[in-house]
Design a protein around this ligand. Structure first.
Ligand SMILES: C[S@@+](CC[C@H](N)C(=O)[O-])C[C@H]1O[C@@H](n2cnc3c(N)ncnc32)[C@H](O)[C@@H]1O
Length: 271
């Protein structure tokens, strides 16, 4: 069995299916690598190291607590997690509970995310024909936690709004991979799609000294907002129910936008 050690959780809007397209567009001469909208960190974890200084940030403190505990207390996490069962009662107990310690908080959040449908953390994910979903094996968890613990060794973990974070870490050698909530679709615990301030992000990115690469859903609003920047269209499979080779495949268009030349890098990769 192969284990994807380079990620911890599936996260709504996570870039699992685009990380191989995004990675070659990240310049090699960057001094620092910053992800203001970290989520499950699929691009960050794709490579062993992007730069000497790496920053993971998200406004959602549940994610930040999870990664901090994995970074600083991996063994306590593994021990606590090993006591859990694939149980509906336990799932709903955690969903409605207020954990006492940060370790419990991290473990229960991880449990809810990994055992729910689509990683949303709110529905007990049962399946009819395989051993996935809520009844999945826990054997690989220690391996994953240890791998992410090692990867996070030099990664700074922040819990700030994107504007403060970008302003704080900006300099000529800085690189920001930005993956904000889409302009359409479901939102997050910290911001609904309707409330996310896309214009504010555009204004912040328009002023930075460093470079940015931005991923978004392909919409007229985003195209208009980033008019003048280099943009490429990419496609990925849409949704968790679409598996390669099934008739249900539907493609979803995304935009990659940057303040440095990415078209050439993208074409070179396609050769
Ligand atoms: C599309 S997801 C990022 C997914 C991530 N790239 C991955 O691969 O899993 C967007 C993230 O932005 C975070 N977010 C929303 N509003 C934010 C804000 N104002 N500042 C920082 N993070 C924010 C959400 O909590 C969510 O995790």
């Amino acid at each position: 069995m192969t284990i994807d050690k380079k990620c911890l959780i599936n996260w709504v809007g996570g870039k699992r299916l685009l990380r191989k397209t995004i990675a070659p567009l990240i310049p090699e001469d960057i001094v620092s690598y910053i992800e203001p909208f970290g989520g499950g960190g699929w691009v960050l974890f794709y490579k062993d190291q992007w730069a000497d200084l790496e920053v993971y940030n998200d406004l959602d403190s549940r994610l930040v607590n999870l990664f901090r505990i994995v970074k600083y207390h991996p063994n306590a996490f593994i021990e606590e997690y090993s006591l859990l069962l694939g149980s509906r009662e336990m799932f709903f107990q955690f969903l409605n509970a207020t954990p006492v310690t940060d370790i419990q908080k991290a473990v229960q959040f991880y449990y809810l995310i990994t055992r729910s449908f689509g990683g949303r953390g709110d529905t007990f994910g049962t399946v009819k024909k395989t051993s996935g979903g809520a009844s999945k094996s826990q054997k690989n968890v220690p391996l994953k936690i240890t791998a992410i613990h090692e990867r996070l060794d030099k990664v700074l973990i922040e819990n700030r709004d994107f504007e403060k974070l970008i302003t704080q870490y900006d300099h000529e050698g800085a690189f920001f991979y930005c993956d904000p909530p889409y302009s359409k679709g479901c939102g997050y615990e910290v911001t609904s799609t309707k409330d996310f301030e896309h214009e504010r992000l555009r204004n912040v990115l328009g002023k930075i000294k460093g470079r940015f690469l931005l991923s978004y859903d392909d919409s007229p609003k985003i195209r208009e907002l980033y008019k003048g920047f280099e943009m490429i269209e990419v496609e990925r499979l849409n949704g968790i129910n679409n598996r390669e080779g099934t008739k249900r495949n539907k493609m979803f268009k995304e935009l990659l936008i940057a303040n440095y030349p990415i078209k050439e890098l993208h074409e070179r990769r396609a050769d």
